[in-house]
Structures are given as C-alpha cells and as structure tokens.
Design a protein around this ligand. Structure first.
Ligand SMILES: Nc1nc2c(ncn2[C@@H]2O[C@H](COP(=O)(O)OP(=O)(O)OP(=O)(O)O)[C@@H](O)[C@H]2O)c(=O)[nH]1
Length: 582
C-alpha cells in the first residue's frame, strides 16, 4: 500500500511522498517506538529521505521522533536541545507535551530530579488542554512512573492518575498502558500479590494491543513478586517460559532484570552456584557502573552466594559493592525526595504568591471601589448640601420679598400707591418730631379733588379709579423725596412738605394745584378728563408741630377753598398755637 502511494521524482530520481503517506509513517513510528524499536528505526530512515517534503508540523513531529531515538540510545546531549526547541518553538501543544515527557524521562535518568519534577508540574497543568491520545499517553505515563519512583508515598496519586488515564484513553494501546501503570502502582504500594488476576488481565490487555514490551515489564514484575512471596520455584519456571521473549526485546533493563530475578530465585532455593551464575550474567549485561537497580540486587545475591559457599574474601568484596550500590540507591532516593519537596515548595510558593497577589488585587479593587463610593457619597452630600443651602437662600429671598410686599401693602394705598392713611400719619408725626428737634418747619396740605362724584357718574367707577391714580402721580411728580404723600380717604390726599415756611408751602401747593388743573387724564376709552383740586394748607409756624392741629387747620382751610369756588389753595390764618408734636 505504501509503495502504491510513492512515485518517482523525475529530477532527483528519489521517490516523492504525499502528505497522507508522511502522516501515516509518523503515526506508525509513534506506535513502533514503544514496542518495536527496529521497525521504528526503519520508518525514521524513510522519513529522513523525504524530510524536505514534510509540512512544518510533520517536520517538528519527525524531529521529536529523532530526539526520542537519541535519548533512547543515551545521547542526551543531542536529544535535549531538540526537545527544548520543540517545546519553545513548534507552536504545537501535543508535540510540546510529548517533548516534555521525553525531557522528564531524560532528566530523571540523569538524576536532575528538580528539573524533572518542575517539568512534570508544567506538563500536568497543560495536559487537560490536550486531546491528542499519543500526547496524553506519553505525558501521563511519565508523570505516573515518576510518582511511583518518588520515595515519599506518592503511589496513591500515581494510582489515581493511572485510573484517570484508563478513562481518558479508550484505545487498546491506551488501556494497556493505563492498566500496566495501575498494576505497577498497586504493586509498588505493596497492595498486589503475584497471583492477583489484575496482573494477568493487564498482561493480556497489552498482548492484545500488540504492546509486548509493556507485557514483558509486567511479567518481570510478576516474577520478582513471586520470589518475594517465597514462590521461588514457581518464579524460575515462569522466567524460563518467558526468557526467549525477553531476550528478543534487546532492551537492556529487561535483559538485566531477567537473570537477576532468576539469581534471586535460585538463592532462595539454596542453589548458590546457579544464583552466582545468573547474578554475574546480569552484571555483564549492564556493566559494573549501571544506574539500574538490578546491579544492587546482583551484588547482594553474589555476596550471599559466596558466603553460603564459605568464600569469605569474595563475599566481603561483593558485600562492599552491594553496600556501595545500596548507599548510592539511598542517596538517589534522598535526592529524589528532596527534589520532589523542593518543587512542591516552589509550586506552593508560586501558588501562594499568586493568591496573595490576587488578594492584594482584590483589596486594592475594594479600596478603590470604597474610595469611589466615598467620592460619590461626598459628591452626593455636597450636591445635597448645595441644594439645601440653595433652598434656604431661595426660601429666605422669597420670605424677604414677601415680607417686603406685605410691608408695602400694609403701608401703601393699593390704588394710588401713595402712603395709606395710618402710615402717612405715622411718618408725618416722625418727621414733625425730627423737624421740631432740628428747628425746621413744615406745611401740611390737605388736597381734595373737585366734583369727583361727577367723574364717577360720567365715566364710571373704573375711570374714577384711573383718575385717582393719575392725580396721585401728578402730585408726586411735584414733590421732593423728603416730602410725604398719603391718601387720607376717597378723593382726599395729605401732603407734608418738610423744611418750608408758609410762602414756600404756598408755592408748592399752587404748583400742585396748577399741575392737576392743567394735566388731562387719558382714560382707556381715549377720553381726556380734566380734574382740579382744592387745597387747604396749615404750617407749623402757626399750627404748631402737632399733627392733629395741623390737620384741623388744613381741613378748615380746605373747606374755605371749596366754599370759595374750588381749584384754589387756602391757607390757615389762625393764631400761633404752641402745642408739641404728637
Ligand atoms: N371711583 C372711585 N370713587 C370714589 C372712591 N372713593 C370715593 N369715591 C367717590 O368720590 C365721590 C365723592 O363725592 P363727594 O363727597 O360728593 O364730593 P365731590 O363730588 O368731589 O364734590 P366736592 O368735594 O364738593 O367738590 C363719591 O361719589 C364717592 O363714591 C374711589 O376709591 N374710587
């Protein structure tokens, strides 16, 4: 099928590859990487030939597979920069997650545990955003494996993640990995017997999914557990049956695990010779300085076997190697625990900082809201205060103006706007008192319109009112500001001319009379009415400063003016009276 999709490039003579084929190769490589490393290498070589025809994303994917291969071969120096480049620049989240998983594995194997845990933390934060099953699988697998190796009781968390993985990855491969990790987490937590059906179920799932490497890992774990449980002969038979399969994997950790587990089983059975042989086989596979746990087990078996055979010197030599491995393993465990706690503290500190910042931000927002509320309240209060002040000012103004209007109304005659009788008398009395004190003089005139009844009768009462108003205005025009004018009643007015003797008073009275007699009053009906008035005058020089006396004398003079034919001024001629002002 693949061959059908290939066609020859006319220029270069190499086969060209279409997009779908490249994608298919990349997917096949992803599958082969976990269970068929030689096939993985073949696919990678094919992709290498057509690298220039890959899309940008496919090229990043291809680079990831190359980095995984390099790391698998132990060439971390070349693998890590590629993985960092993918995380920083690919812009593809699933590929970044897979690169992170590969980096975690590398960092852990190279004992850079702090970086491994820090990366795992980032990966777990990003993982919920990823749907890609391969990225989920590789990401979760690394995190779970790491938690299982964390010597501070993280097996429960690993188990929880493995169970989440089962729900998230329904594919056969996903189920194989999730069940394998679940089984291993239970085993490392000490909660799984070698005879548990879960073991066999997990192995069967991986075999069905074609994931033989995972199945082999589970089988080796199962055999190791059998030995621990005291079923050494059973373990030997089981390991014997799976040996060809394990040896076919060409995978060092498994190749070393098989003989060391056999060695432990034979030692249990008391067969020191076979135990020694298998232990040495395991060391030969890994080399004497391997970081694998198998080395510690192998030296322990050798020490026990030599001791059993009475080879004390050899036993001591192996014991020293075993002790060195054990110390290294313990140091390693301590380093892992320390790294785990360090990253945990860093994560907690970052979280607390974020929370503190969040709280500070909230407090700031609250205080800002409070300040703006206070500002609003203060603005509202000020506006309210201003409104209250404005209301009071307007109310005071209105009251003052009302008071002034009422006062004016109380003192004036509404028709003629001259003083009313009471106020005229009060003002006249006050003026007379002052003049008397100051040694001044005054004349009081009583003015009465002539035949006013006729005006009313001829032109109507309203016209009479109009004539009254006009007459008052004509009189007022002839007076000084210090003089007083009041309506005494009907068509009769009182006038007090201050600071004058009889002659000046007479002059003023005649001027008034003349003005009235010569000024026509225009009615609304456009009819001009001529009115005249008779004036009686009395002065302080003769009548004293007593208002009552002045009024009597002026009235008497008025009477005479009327009697003498009206439209004239009559003056009081009586003898000087000596009464005080009242
Ligand atoms: N239109 C009007 N008429 C008024 C008012 N007060 C008094 N009168 C009238 O003024 C007239 C006064 O008439 P009289 O007392 O007989 O005096 P007279 O007609 O002026 O005649 P002599 O004073 O003798 O010249 C009456 O008809 C009153 O009704 C007023 O406020 N308006």
């Amino acid at each position: 099928m693949a061959a059908l999709l290939l066609c020859m490039d006319a220029k270069s003579g190499t086969a060209s590859v279409d997009n779908a084929q490249a994608e298919a190769w990349l997917t096949q490589a992803d599958d082969a990487w976990s269970n068929n490393i030689s096939r993985f290498r073949v696919i990678l070589a094919q992709l290498q030939q057509h690298e220039d025809q890959l899309t940008s994303t496919q090229r990043w994917h291809f680079r990831l597979l190359n980095a995984q291969l390099l790391a698998d071969k132990g060439d971390y120096a070349k693998a890590e920069p590629i993985l960092h480049d993918i995380i920083d620049h690919s812009g593809d989240l699933p590929l970044s997650i897979r690169a992170m998983a590969a980096l975690i594995r590398d960092k852990f194997l190279n004992r850079d545990y702090v970086s491994a845990y820090a990366l795992a933390n980032t990966l777990m934060a990003e993982l919920p955003r990823v749907d890609n099953p391969q990225a989920r699988l590789e990401g979760m697998e690394e995190v779970i494996l790491m938690l299982d190796q964390t010597p501070v009781g993280q097996h429960d968390l690993a188990l929880e993640y493995a169970r989440q993985m089962k729900a998230l990855l329904p594919s056969a491969k996903g189920q194989c990995y999730a069940n394998a990790l679940e089984t291993q987490s239970m085993l490392y937590a000490g909660n799984l017997a070698s005879t548990s059906p879960a073991f066999q179920a997990a192995i069967d799932r991986c075999l069905a999914a074609g994931e033989s490497l995972q199945a082999d890992a589970l089988r080796l774990d199962q055999a190791y557990q059998m030995v621990d449980e005291g079923h050494a002969d059973q373990a030997i038979a089981f390991l014997h049956s799976i040996a060809p399969e394990i040896e076919g994997t060409d995978y060092t950790p498994y190749l070393a695990s098989l003989p060391v587990t056999q060695a432990r089983a034979y030692l249990r059975l008391g067969d020191a010779v076979r135990a020694r042989k298998f232990a040495l086989d395991s060391i030969a596979i890994t080399g004497p300085n391997s970081p694998l746990w198998t080395l510690q087990d192998a030296y322990e078996v050798l020490y026990q076997a030599e001791k059993k055979q009475g080879h004390d010197a050899a036993a001591l030599a192996y014991y020293e190697k075993y002790a060195a491995q054990k110390t290294a393993a313990m140091d390693n465990a301590k380093a892992i625990a320390l790294a785990y706690q360090t990253v945990r503290q860093q994560v907690l500190a970052a979280k607390m900082k974020a929370e503190t910042l969040g709280k500070e931000n909230k407090i700031l927002q609250l205080s800002q809201a409070l300040a703006s509320q206070a500002q609003k309240s203060s603005r509202l209060f000020n506006a309210l205060l201003l409104a209250v002040i404005a209301f009071f000012v307007l109310a005071m103004l209105w009251l003052w103006r009302s008071w002034r209007r009422f006062r004016w109304m109380a003192r004036h005659d509404g028709l003629t706007r001259a003083y009313n009788r009471e106020h005229f008398f009060a003002e006249a009395r006050r003026a007379l008192r002052q003049l008397h004190k100051a040694g001044g003089d005054a004349c009081l005139i009583v003015l009465d319109l002539d035949h006013f009844k006729r005006v009313n009768d001829t032109h109507g009462h309203a016209a009479g009112d109009q004539v009254l108003r006009s007459a008052a205005m004509i009189v007022a025009r002839e007076l000084r500001p210090t003089d007083l004018l009041g309506r005494l009643g009907g068509e009769e007015f009182g006038i007090l001319i201050s600071g004058c003797l009889r002659d000046q008073g007479l002059e003023a009275a005649n001027r008034i009379r003349n003005a009235l007699a010569t000024t026509p009053v225009m009615l609304d009906s456009q009819v001009a009415v001529m009115v005249s008035a008779s004036l009686g005058m009395a002065c302080t020089a003769n009548s004293s400063f007593t208002l009552r006396q002045l009024l009597i004398d002026a009235d008497a003079a008025l009477y005479r003016a009327k009697e003498s034919g009206r439209n004239q001024v009559s003056i009081d001629t009586s003898e000087m009276k000596s009464a005080l002002p009242s």
